[in-house]
Design a protein around this ligand. Structure first.
Ligand SMILES: Nc1ncnc2c1ncn2[C@@H]1O[C@H](COP(=O)(O)OP(=O)(O)O)[C@@H](O)[C@H]1O
Ligand SMILES: [Mg+2]
Length: 338
């Protein structure tokens, strides 16, 4: 085992001022006027958004901000009321989820979709694209697909080893823990050798002992040349691995920028306060245990105290980082895992 190496952030991603909808030097996704409402709720109401290629972008925002709905739209799992978007120069509006995945854009789900009654290996094989055995006539001639099936199995085994799931290859997916299922979903997404990977709350439900390895896996995707867009509530993780942050609130993009700058942006703090979070911000960011939050405090007072804490936290962390630049990236595990 090699010790985790602190990896440099990718900078210089945007053009001009870091502001909602700002242009990127090399965008992989460009979305325009994408709107989706459910009844009277404007779940997604995005004027313009560009996602930078070859970087890790975090999509953050309070519950109900529209992050999952935006993921669903961009990946063809839902249709917008209006709007256009392109991926890698191809117009994707109206393209089905299946075709989007074939084009190299894969996503995972906030609630995992691993198929419990299939084995881990079978789940992995389902993730592959261009399987000859799927074509009806070809499926009748085993010689045509056997070789490919062996290759797929090798590829799947390699990925399962990387995610430390190889010993579980023949187990039913239903027997995995929640965290392992998240890993399986990520491994399965990689079977398509994607260009852009979209992860919806990859850390949710994951045992803290696994979070550092999950962080490393996400950083590895970038090292392998992939673009990553992920939704996450844990601000500590966002600061650690994101090169760029997009903040949504009430369907709109309210801020964008470098992770350290964005956390100090008043629009971001407002977004969290305005959402009438029933939870203390410290809980949302994973910094304060639920039992530590004072239930007798008014929601407004507690939210505004948390917003102050969020800012102080960002500053303290920056100063701390400046003071001891060689901080090992695994050190946050202990503080966060309580
Ligand atoms: N299928 C749906 N039917 C009705 N309302 C929905 C549906 N999906 C999402 N919404 C609403 O859209 C808003 C955004 O939800 P969502 O995209 O899940 O937010 P987030 O992922 O940021 O928490 C919420 O108000 C949610 O209740
Ligand atoms: Mg969501």
């Amino acid at each position: 085992m090699t010790a985790p190496v602190a990896r440099a952030k990718t900078t210089g991603l945007h053009v001009g001022e870091a502001a909602p909808g700002c242009a990127k030097v090399d965008p992989i996704i460009i979305a325009d006027n994408v709107r989706r409402s459910f009844g009277g709720v404007h779940a997604v109401d995005v004027d313009h958004l560009e996602i930078p290629r070859g970087a890790i972008t975090a999509l953050i925002g309070p519950n109900g901000a529209g992050k999952t709905t935006l993921f669903n739209l961009l990946t063809g799992f839902d249709q917008p009321n209006e709007g256009k978007w392109s991926y890698d120069g191809h117009d994707l509006s109206g393209v089905s989820a299946y075709k989007v995945a074939r084009m190299g854009l894969v996503r995972t789900f906030q609630l995992t979709k691993a198929l419990g009654l299939l084995t881990v290996m079978e789940n992995m094989k389902l993730g592959a694209k261009n399987q000859k055995g799927e074509k009806f006539w070809a499926s009748l001639i085993p010689a045509l697909w056997r070789k490919q099936d062996d290759d797929l199995e090798d590829q799947a085994m390699e990925l399962l080893q990387r995610f430390k799931l190889d010993a579980k290859a023949d187990d039913f997916a239903a027997s995995l823990s929640g965290g392992q299922r998240k890993l399986l979903e990520m491994a399965r997404a990689l079977m398509t050798v994607p260009t852009l990977v979209m992860l919806d709350e990859p850390m949710a439900g994951v045992n803290p002992a696994l979070t550092q390895s999950l962080l490393d896996h996400i950083l590895n995707l970038k090292d392998d040349g992939m673009t990553v867009l992920f939704v996450e509530h844990d601000m500590h993780m966002v600061r650690h691995i994101a090169d760029w942050v997009v903040v949504m609130a009430e369907g709109r993009v309210v801020a964008e920028g470098d992770p350290h700058e964005v956390m100090k942006n008043p629009a971001v703090i407002d977004a969290y306060l305005g959402a009438h979070q029933e939870l203390d911000l410290g809980v949302v960011t994973g910094r304060i245990d639920i039992q530590d939050a004072d239930p007798s405090a008014s929601p407004e007072a507690s939210a505004s105290a948390s917003a102050d804490a969020l800012v102080a936290d960002g500053i303290a962390e920056e100063e701390g980082a400046a003071a001891k630049p060689a901080e090992p990236s695994s050190s946050h595990n202990q503080e966060d895992s309580k």
